[in-house]
Design a binder for this molecule. Structure first.
Ligand code: GLN
Length: 552
């Protein structure tokens, strides 16, 4: 038996990628948690990057920052949102991270002169990490998502580690294969063959799935379940139909209807501690897909639009979700329009004037020069036309630059990220960052993770949070230059949140009597927005956006 009776559920993908392993992992986690078992969710990314921090969002979607500061995959964001709790470094693993530990150990003679090899050394490092995550989190069940698809070269060692764990603890390890059943247009019939082939592939690793989550356009019928059961050697009641849904938040409700949680407890030989209570979740999930709710129109002006393998929305996933949560709370349906800030630069005055169509504008986080003049023009328009504006990280820095240029009259105000020798560097590189940049040390060196901020009395920020001390997650190298703060404040900008020592500006805003909502945060509030605990600043921003329509 595994230590303290711990249970492990591995989630693997068959047939093809992008069918929702992450949602299955999160949903299984939520169901077991609701049934009284503390759960931790682990994401394994097979790539060689040590973390997700060095990847462009158009390559791999948003970089999700944990409370600790670790830069991870966007799936970790979904895990935290479903579980409604913070995850830890132990819950995230990449091949790069695993190999780095093995190589560091080899360099320090940690293997006692042995030849260091993928099997057993790399495999055992994976196992060590999986078991450590279980202990570290004090959970009872670990749900572990192995990235990629069965048959990939690069995730094979992880599957092998999972197989060994099953050998060690035969009664404590389950395998869930998330598969896809296509319905070719010409046939009009759902096909099970790709699933059969994927199971056979998995069998060639020595692994047999205990559950098959059958993703498809329509629900999987009994006949097809029988076929899969026979050909894949999986009990029919453990083949779970998972048809397309309009929102990922419906998934746990559908799984609960199919008694997936009970079936898993049964397979793990765990007693049901309590009935899963999904009432609050259901209320939120229904509000999130309520097509009759009145609309609130939000423009997101960003630059990660040249999508490679990933969808545009992946680059700003947490921002979109944060909007959804607050909108659901306020009984509104968000209509998000994507605006490429480079188009605003090209389109001139006409493109800018189009912005009046929106009830609120967000400029999210970003890096580098491309599209920033378009963002600054957008911010100027929002300020001058009193359209609610919410700036996230870069969106706050650019809001301060716009204010310095157009209100303070410092026409050349800039960030040293773009203009090294700026005449008026109102946004400047943080002192401790200078060395990292000089040494080309980009990975994991930003100001990352949770830091406290004090909120000034009487400000919008303080009113929204309803408390004095908050903690928010960061990811930046630049900051508001302390030597410009006095001037900016004298010109009417309010720094409503600062680091406890008062040196770092965490929130900038305009007083409500000047503008209905003009606020930017140096941190990323979107990373802590949760379905059942929407972020107060997003809620406040949307309230202002909703009121905006009435005024027109
Ligand atoms: N590029 C800016 C910085 O490094 C903003 C970063 C961000 O938006 N996450 O400070």
């Amino acid at each position: 038996m595994a230590k303290d009776g711990h249970k492990y559920i591995f989630v693997l993908g068959g047939v093809m990628s992008g069918v929702g392993k992450g949602v299955v992992t999160s949903s299984v986690g939520l169901l077991l948690q609701q049934k009284g078992y503390p759960v931790n969710l682990v994401k394994i990314d097979p790539y060689l990057n040590v973390d997700a921090g060095t990847m462009n969002p158009t390559e791999h979607g948003e970089v999700f920052v944990l409370r600790s500061g670790m830069e991870t995959d966007q799936d970790m964001g979904n895990y935290e949102r479903f579980l409604n709790r913070d995850l830890t470094n132990a819950d995230y693993m990449t091949s790069g991270m695993v190999y780095q530990s093995v190589i560091e150990r080899e360099r320090s003679l940690g293997y006692g002169g042995k030849c260091v090899e993928a099997i057993p050394h790399v495999r055992d490092e994976i196992l060590r990490r999986i078991e450590e995550a279980a202990t570290y989190n004090g959970s009872r069940v670990s749900v572990i998502e192995i990235g990629g698809t069965i048959g990939d070269f690069q995730n094979a060692l992880f599957i092998e580690a999972a197989r060994i764990l099953k050998m060690k603890y035969p009664d404590d390890v389950l395998f869930v294969m998330v598969s896809y059943l296509p319905t070719p247009g010409t046939l009009g019939e759902m096909k099970t063959k790709p699933t059969q082939t994927a199971v056979r592939d998995l069998n060639s690793y020595g692994v047999q799935p205990d559950f098959i989550i059958a993703r498809s356009k329509e629900p999987v019928d009994e006949k097809r379940k029988e076929k899969i059961a026979i050909w894949c050697n999986v009990r029919k009641d453990r083949i779970i139909s998972a048809p397309d849904i309009s929102s990922i938040y419906e998934a746990p409700l559908n799984f609960e209807k199919d008694k997936l949680g009970d079936a898993m407890l049964d397979a793990l030989k765990l007693p049901e501690k309590k009935k899963a209570s999904l009432a609050a979740w259901k209320k939120f999930a229904l509000a999130a897909v309520d097509t009759k709710a009145p609309e609130v129109s939000i423009a997101i002006v960003g630059k990660y639009f040249d999508t490679g393998d990933f969808m545009l929305s992946d680059a700003y996933l947490s921002v979109i979700e944060a909007i959804k949560f607050s909108a659901a709370k306020l009984g509104r349906r968000p209509k998000i329009t994507w605006i490429n800030s480079k188009q605003i630069e090209k389109g001139g005055a006409k493109a800018i004037a189009e912005l009046k169509k929106y009830q609120g504008i967000i400029v999210p986080g970003g890096f580098g020069e491309s599209g920033i003049e378009g963002k600054i023009k957008t911010i100027q328009y929002a300020r001058e036309h009193k359209i609610p504006y919410f700036g996230l990280c870069y969106g706050m820095q650019l809001m301060v630059i716009e204010y310095a240029r157009n209100v303070l009259g410092l026409r050349n105000a800039h960030t040293t990220e773009i203009q090294k020798n700026s005449e008026d560097p109102v946004v400047d590189v943080m002192f401790e960052q200078k060395k990292h940049l000089a040494d080309n040390k980009y990975g994991g060196t930003m100001r990352l993770g949770a830091y406290p901020a004090y909120l000034k009395k009487g400000t919008m920020a303080r009113g929204a949070y309803k408390k004095e001390l908050v903690e928010e997650r960061h990811r930046h190298r630049y900051e508001i230059n302390p030597s410009y703060i006095k001037q900016l404040e004298a010109a009417g900008l309010v720094f409503s949140g600062t680091s406890p020592d008062g040196i770092l500006m965490e929130i900038a805003e305009l007083p409500r009597k000047v503008h209905p909502f003009m606020l930017g945060t140096q941190f990323h509030p979107e990373l802590q927005a949760r379905p059942l605990d929407p972020h107060p600043l997003f809620t406040e921003f949307l309230k202002a956006a909703i009121a905006q329509k009435k005024k027109r």
